[in-house]
Design a protein around this ligand. Sequence first.
Ligand code: SF4
Ligand code: SF4
Length: 335
Amino acid sequence: MSAYETELNLPRNLYLEVTNRCNLKCKACILYRGSWEPARDLTFEELVRITDQLPELGQIALHGIGEPLLNEELPAMIRHLKNRDVYVMFNSNGILIDEKRQYELITAGLDELRISLDAASPQGYSVMRNSDKFDQIVGNLHSFVEHSKRLHVSHPKLSLWYLGTRANIAELPEFIRLAAAIGIKDVYLQRLVYFQNDAGYGVAIPEKTLMDSDGKTREYLNQSQDLAKQFGIQFNASGLNTPLESVQANPGNRSSWEQCFRPNTLMYITANGNVLPCCISPFSTSDYSSINLGNVFESSLKEIWFGSKYRDFRKTHQTDSPPKCCRGCGVLWSL
Ligand code: SF4
Ligand code: SF4
């Protein structure tokens, strides 16, 4: 066993997909192409059984592919995890967050809620998310901010997420204005990930990436940065970079993926119990079996985490010829 492996502890950070069902079919999502797995919700008992195996669990994301609010047991799950003093967050498309849900999430103790919107107008929303729900979601967000003020609570921390592509980058400055108008102080630019062969779909294709794109993209990003500063908004990129850095490719650095710590620090468990190395992997390779490292309904987390499939994945990840899913990380999209 190498020094690298002897230092390995069970993960303190978990992604747990509480459902893989969704009320949208966004054009950059694998659900637009067709789901990897059968539709399923995780039960409360399953969540307890899985998370009980991680006594040092510090943070959990109750999302993966799918809309977490479709799982009716979500508030009970959050309450259970908060009783264990775990930091709890999830991503949502915001369609279902009416006042009743807002109250349930606030009283359950949710720490952070990330809303993926990708647009600043109904037209832009339709281009990216294939839906006419933009105004409803913006209405829900306005009411959530008001509701939190009325209850004098500062949780959950709300943020808005924008998947940056050539199809929608022109709306980004307007998106910052929208966040300011709602009263949301954190905005994130999300990277576009796509299959590294010719099996693309929707907007998840190389032609739509912002990576190394023209000066116009930089102009929109600079404008957005200036507006964010003016409104007192934190404008970040997902992952390790600033928004501007996140669209600058470094093709000379062929082993950027080696700087990713996810295989050693977190686990992503799907609603069917399959363990994946991270939430990027189902979007970055069309070879799903290559990212399935075990199943929590068949083996313990410890057996999977320290097992040969995971160990081989980590070992290959630290080479010039990493697992298929990792080859675009830090090269075709930011880490
Ligand atoms: S991106 Fe999110 S909201 Fe859109 S279809 Fe996929 S899981 Fe649903
Ligand atoms: S796919 Fe990318 S993010 Fe996931 S483990 Fe590999 S290098 Fe890390």
